[in-house]
Design a protein around this ligand. Structure first.
Ligand SMILES: [Zn+2]
Length: 309
């Protein structure tokens, strides 16, 4: 499964070994080629609206905010050697070049090039992480940003805190020509999707796949095959996609999480994939997530014979 999905395919060199080189970071900020993306309330500044594009600006335009201590993160260096930074402009009363608009990342992601969406995912997850981790989890003191936005350090107990990524398994349990989809409690209508859940401490992804399918639908799984992953920056999940070999057929749903689970034939799923790729849900029909979600591609690749368990 070699396709790249929305929010994957980040081409920046993250230069993690140089994040503590403050002289170099300062020089990057003075370089007119350096690009800076501002997010306000986790939404990026966007040029548009006909053909939306991330509104990368020169760092000089944001000098005032940077000097005032706005959160600044070195995202990485592109193939042309240009540094890319994100700045949190939440609360900033003025922004330079205000001929831009703010667009929600989930809406914007599928409309911009995949590599740009991936950089946006990196920026959104990191800014959100800083907002939620202002105090030391060990001693409760306020923490400070370090390493060009990649660490928060506690001045009192010396603890370092690192950005987190939460692994999620998302899987299609398959039995012959049929596969298992569930309908979420929170989502009304006919929208079905792959089952999914967080990997728990002390568990491998494959074990999480078997546990989640059993908990949510009562189905036992044998072999589990990894397909591909997708960063999901809401706020910081890593969606890991799998096919699983279902060993049993009788469904018992967990009513806390799943309103309904059903076996779908390959032919029916192919039709659902085609409908989801071309337009909004028809409320009179069963439907699948749009191509922004890896669930769509797991279903597509299995239903069209590109992947099998
Ligand atoms: Zn501390």
């Amino acid at each position: 499964m070699e396709d790249i999905y929305c929010f994957a395919g980040n081409a920046l060199d993250r230069v993690s070994a140089r994040r503590n080189d403050t002289e170099w970071i300062t020089a990057l900020l003075a370089d007119p080629a350096t690009r800076l993306l501002a997010l306000r309330d986790l939404k990026p500044l966007v040029r548009g609206p006909e053909k939306p594009a991330l509104d990368w600006q020169p760092a000089a335009s944001w000098r005032g905010q940077i000097e005032a201590g706005a959160l600044l993160i070195l995202l990485g260096i592109d193939d042309d050697g240009r540094a890319h930074f994100a700045i949190d402009a939440s609360g900033a009363s003025t922004a330079p070049d205000i001929d831009t608009e703010l667009v929600d990342v989930r809406t914007l992601g599928p409309t911009i090039p995949t590599g740009e969406a991936a950089i946006l995912a990196e920026a959104r997850s990191l800014i959100d992480w800083h907002a939620r981790h202002r105090f030391c989890a060990q001693c409760g003191s306020p923490t400070r940003v370090a390493s060009a936005g990649w660490v928060r350090r506690c001045p009192d107990c010396r603890a370092s805190h690192f950005p987190r990524t939460d692994p999620v398994v998302i899987m299609l349990a398959v039995r012959g020509d049929r596969a298992l989809l569930g309908r979420n409690r929170q989502r009304p209508g006919g929208r079905f999707s792959c089952l999914a859940g967080f990997v728990e401490p002390g568990e491998t992804p494959e074990e999480a796949v078997r546990r989640e399918v059993h908990e949510e639908a009562g189905i036992r799984c044998g072999r589990v095959r990894y397909l591909a992953a997708q960063p999901w920056p809401f706020p910081s999940s890593l969606m890991m996609g799998f096919l699983a070999e279902a060993l049993t057929e009788e469904i018992t749903v967990d009513p806390e999480e799943i309103a309904e689970a059903r076996w779908f034939h390959k032919d029916e799923m192919r039709e659902m994939v085609a409908r989801a790729a071309t337009g909004p849900d028809d409320p009179t029909k069963v439907s699948l997530p749009a191509p922004i979600a890896i669930a769509h591609h797991i279903c597509r690749r299995w239903a069209t014979g590109l992947d099998s368990i």
